[in-house]
Design a protein around this ligand. Structure first.
Ligand code: ATP
Ligand code: MG
Length: 395
């Protein structure tokens, strides 16, 4: 008798010749973290998951949020490979289905099986026609596609395939620090980075009392949405008030944003080196605001050595919004809580900042000590995708 299983195809992972095993092991671990208590077996081509009967659909849903999976296939498996038994299995399985045309596909990886795939296709096809009335074969556009795979120790049956999320398993490419604000862009940037196998830890700069507790809660809610794909997520909260007030007091206002962002970059880079993250990730998009012209980005970027990945750099705002809606962050991002950048925003920020001027102005503040303090006083919380969502009531 067959039992219900789910098997997965890896997609892009299977192109990684020598490293394939490494990626698959990480995927296996990631799946185990998301699905408690399921049996998982795998080889280099497939992963087999055996959920409890009453959790089958829940498991199917959860697998659809895990990166590194190309196809998710609900299937039936039977260890009895006897041809007469296989025929009875087919009959049982398709008798529940409503169809008028069908096609049988057979794959035979066990080359010692007494019939080849062409013969098996004919045997099963004519058996079905003999046993079910009013149906016919349609090889081009069948209503029911019956896939049968003869493997060495078992036979598999399946009728549909669900598209997986693709990408690489989270963590397989190492760690990155996501600069996460309450805006629309940075959660999307985080999601896209996770998709490429980067495990993210987020950093958020707050400026109490200029920014409120609600603004922080908003960022936690966004982090929680990302936690769904990242397994869980660490959020590092940096108190930026002292630095921001000093900049505001002492530095010509057209350079406020440029200098402020140079400080954010410096702090993020120090955090990255402490947690062994290889890149920074942020939501900058070319030309979106004064601090995101190419000259601005270069004047800001020059203070650190670590590479900065900007996944939405070349996207239009509408394209970013489309992804934000898909990953369910948009409605949180548009809530009106103030961000530390928006409070201290000058009327005329410089569009083409000059690097020498940045350095000259930075001499007016004792930023190294302030950065040291900000990092020393950082708070870190770990957010799980299943934690209570505190923002639900506001949406
Ligand atoms: P919006 O979607 O409104 O553009 P934003 O968050 O992208 O919001 P920007 O001022 O464009 O705001 O900032 C560019 C990037 O800098 C952000 O995407 C984010 O990665 C980072 N950033 C800005 N403010 C903060 C902050 N308070 N904490 C952490 N990162 C921030
Ligand atoms: Mg932006």
């Amino acid at each position: 008798m067959f039992k219900k299983i789910i098997f997965l195809k890896y997609g892009e992972l299977s192109t990684k010749k020598d490293n394939r095993n490494f990626f698959i092991k990480i995927l296996n671990n990631n799946i185990k973290k998301v699905l408690n208590n399921v049996e998982i077996n795998y080889d280099l081509g497939r992963m087999f998951i055996i959920p409890k009967e009453n959790e089958f659909n829940l498991v199917l849903d959860k697998l659809q949020n895990i990166f590194g999976i190309h196809e998710i296939i609900p299937a039936y498996i039977d260890n009895n490979m006897d041809i007469e038994n296989i025929k009875q299995d087919i009959l049982k399985l398709i008798s529940e289905k409503d169809f008028q045309t069908f096609k049988v596909e057979v794959k035979r990886s066990d080359k010692n099986y007494p019939f080849n795939s062409m013969e098996l296709r004919n045997i099963f096809g004519s058996f079905i026609l003999k046993n079910i009335d009013n149906i016919k074969v349609d090889v081009k556009n069948p209503e029911l596609l019956i896939n049968i795979e003869i493997r060495t120790k078992e036979v598999l049956f399946y009728f549909e395939s669900i598209k997986g999320k693709g990408g690489y398993p989270v963590s397989s490419l190492g760690k990155g620090v996501l600069m996460l604000s309450g805006g629309i862009d940075s959660p999307v940037a985080g999601y896209l980075a996770i998709k490429r196998g980067i495990k993210i830890e987020a950093i958020y700069f707050e400026s109490p009392p200029h920014t409120s507790e609600r603004a922080l809660e908003k960022v936690k809610s966004l982090a929680q949405k990302l936690a769904l794909y990242n397994n869980d997520i660490k959020l590092h909260i940096i108190n930026f008030t002292e630095i921001q007030e000093e900049i505001y007091k002492k530095i010509p206002h057209e350079y406020l944003i440029t200098i402020m962002r140079r400080m954010m970059y410096r702090i993020s880079a120090i955090l990255a080196s402490r947690i062994n993250a290889k890149v920074l990730i942020n939501g900058e998009s070319i030309g979106q605001v004064a601090s995101q012209t190419l000259t601005s980005m270069s004047a800001i970027n020059e203070v650190i050595k670590i590479p900065v990945i900007r996944p939405v750099a070349c996207f239009d705002k509408l394209e970013i919004i489309e992804i934000a809606k898909k990953i369910d962050t948009y409605n949180i991002s548009i809530l009106p809580y103030e961000d530390c950048c928006t409070i201290f925003v000058p009327d005329h920020p410089v569009i083409n900042p000059v690097k020498q001027k940045c350095e000259e102005y930075e001499k007016l503040i004792n930023y190294e000590d302030m950065i040291y303090n900000a990092i020393k006083n950082k708070k870190t919380v770990t957010i799980n995708s299943e934690d209570e969502d505190e923002f639900k009531d506001l949406l």
